[in-house]
Design a protein around this ligand. Structure first.
Ligand code: AMP
Length: 537
């Protein structure tokens, strides 16, 4: 027997319409480059977003066409978050921290037809523009700079459009967004989010035992909007009708604290690197900041240190530790205390909060060790594998062979974990050969390959070393050819024109040999163990 319920598509226009009808008076606040504040209401956001959708269609956008964004977090980026998918297009957020060659590859591989770019990010665009065929480039005059002659003003696109726009027909499985993630070896890989996946993810993360967002909240996502849907916060805020605040480029601790205070933010989100100086400043100058007592910090992207969770707790603020991946839209687990928490000692409570959390509903997890599926005993380690309605089942037209899915359809996260009997996941290691520095990936393999192209270098292995501020930084372990002598500086200089500056190893160790596994592969675990206490300057 079939249910007697409508087949109603789960698409983003539904969220936009809901917000436009019910939450018109709510505010969206954006910090501008000069630190002044741009403010408007959801009613204006709604009208402008529909105009953007109409404008894009008038500009020739067809269903499924990709529109790139190279933008900070602000109101126009939020308009693109909804306007592009509501036009039937696919929003492709470009990570402005990447090297020009990587941006060129990603934009070209995705086939971005149009680009929306902030005027103050035009120098980044200049670095790769000639390698990509953007048909039209719309400039957000965020800094008030003039629009270059061969580009168009984003405002003109909206002025020439109407908000009396009728949405095209959208299938819930159609792509609404795209984001590329680092490949351990080879090229970045594109994830194409579906309307259905994003809508379900939005519902799931807003639930009380996830982020617990309501129309009474005021959210400030510090996590960049070019990272995996900014962890779902923009769509969640619009669906809930929550006041939404954007920091733009101002993510230093003073600026963040000013904004948390002035807008009385109740939920903010970002990687540990952002929060470290914030919590230090809050401890140092406890009386200076008059923050919302209900303010919660969602911390993810890298492990939230237990000491940070304790510090925020002492200051009266809850941390929600979240784990996820670009391939998962992105949230998979949240560190919400279960009722059993109440009977734990404080030590046990903080140890639990420092774990990555329990899976969201619909996120199915299993741990696979060397001997097959591992029990949830909090001790047996294995790779975390996941399934669910907002988890990717493939990459977009990959250039390299992909081994990320098991034959029975589970996505292999590359994170090594234990799961305790209560279902809390704890990440203990990772199998993927990547370094996460300040929330951004560095491919150790790419740096190693470049190093091994040096005439004096016999072998090189690049590993993550712990770093207080950036969580991880690259350490290059180098075996020199016989008789060769190299300085640390000359190694960095050799790499300088090949990678973004923050990819360059902070430290270089010249070693006798690189330990190997029985099959002859570099045994990076042994190197990580050897240099686990290595502290970079
Ligand atoms: P990305 O696709 O860039 O979001 O990176 C996803 C990866 O970041 C995960 O597979 C983990 O390795 C790491 N990661 C994300 N959140 C956490 C967390 N809370 N704790 C530890 N590692 C994390």
């Amino acid at each position: 027997m079939r249910g007697t319920i409508m087949n109603y598509p789960l698409t983003l226009p539904t969220i936009l319409e809901h917000a436009g009808r019910l939450h018109g008076a709510q505010e969206i606040v954006s910090r501008m480059p000069d630190k002044s504040v741009h403010r408007y209401r959801f009613s204006e956001f709604y009208n402008r977003t529909k105009k953007l959708a109409d404008g894009l269609i008038k500009a020739g956008l067809k269903s499924g066409d990709r529109v790139g964004t190279l933008c900070w977090n602000h109101y126009a980026h939020l308009e693109a978050y909804f306007g592009v998918p509501c036009s039937g297009g696919v929003l492709h957020t470009l990570n402005l921290r990447l090297h020009a060659d990587e941006l060129a590859y990603i934009a070209k591989h995705a086939g971005d037809r149009f680009l929306i770019v902030d005027d103050d990010l035009l120098p980044i665009l200049e670095g790769f523009r000639d390698k990509v065929d953007f048909e039209r480039i719309f400039v957000v005059r965020y800094n008030g700079d003039p629009v270059p002659a061969d580009m168009e003003d984003y405002e003109d696109l909206l002025d020439g459009a109407t908000s009396e726009f009728t949405y095209p027909e959208i299938d819930e499985f159609d792509a609404c967004g795209m984001c590329y993630t680092s490949g351990t070896t080879g090229k970045p890989k594109g994830v194409a989010y579906s309307h259905r996946g994003v809508v379900l993810h939005t519902l799931a993360v807003s639930a009380p035992d996830a982020f617990g967002l309501s129309m009474r909240d005021c959210i400030l996502p510090i996590v960049p909007m070019f990272h995996a849907n900014a962890w779902g916060m923009p769509t969640t805020a619009v669906m809930a009708g929550a006041k939404t605040v954007f920091a733009g480029p101002h993510t230093d601790h003073e600026s963040v604290l000013e904004l948390l205070e002035s807008e009385q933010v109740s939920m903010t989100s970002g990687v540990p690197t952002v929060w470290l100086p914030v919590v230090d400043a809050m401890k140092r100058e406890a009386d200076r900041w008059n923050l919302n007592p209900a303010l919660k910090f969602v911390i993810g992207g890298s492990a939230a240190p237990e000491a940070m969770i304790r510090d925020f707790d002492t200051l009266g603020h809850q941390v929600i530790h979240a784990w996820g991946m670009t391939e998962m839209t992105p949230v998979g687990t949240t560190g919400i205390p279960k009722p059993s928490f109440d009977s734990m000692s404080r030590t046990e409570q903080f140890a639990t909060l420092a774990k990555q959390g329990i899976p969201l509903p619909f996120v199915d997890i299993r741990v696979v060790g060397d001997d097959g599926p591992a029990p949830w005993d909090g001790e047996t380690m294995g790779e975390l594998q996941v399934k669910g309605p907002w988890i990717a089942d493939s990459y977009y037209e990959p250039d390299d062979p992909i081994f990320s899915w098991t034959d029975d359809g589970w996505f292999r996260t590359g994170d090594v974990v234990t799961v305790d009997p209560e279902g809390y996941v704890k990440i203990t290691d990772r199998t993927k050969d990547l370094i996460k520095s300040g929330g951004e990936w560095i491919s150790s393999v790419d740096v190693e390959n470049a190093l091994m192209g040096h005439p004096d270098i016999k072998e090189a292995a690049v590993i993550a070393m712990p770093h207080e501020r950036w969580v991880e930084r690259p350490l290059a372990c180098i075996v020199l050819k016989e008789g060769a002598v190299l300085s640390v500086e000359s190694v960095r200089e050799f790499l300088a024109d090949k990678f973004a500056k923050w990819w360059l190893p902070d430290a270089v160790e010249f070693i006798e040999e690189i330990p190997r596994t029985s099959t002859g592969k570099f045994q990076k675990m042994a190197l990580r163990e050897r240099f686990k206490d290595y502290a970079s300057e």
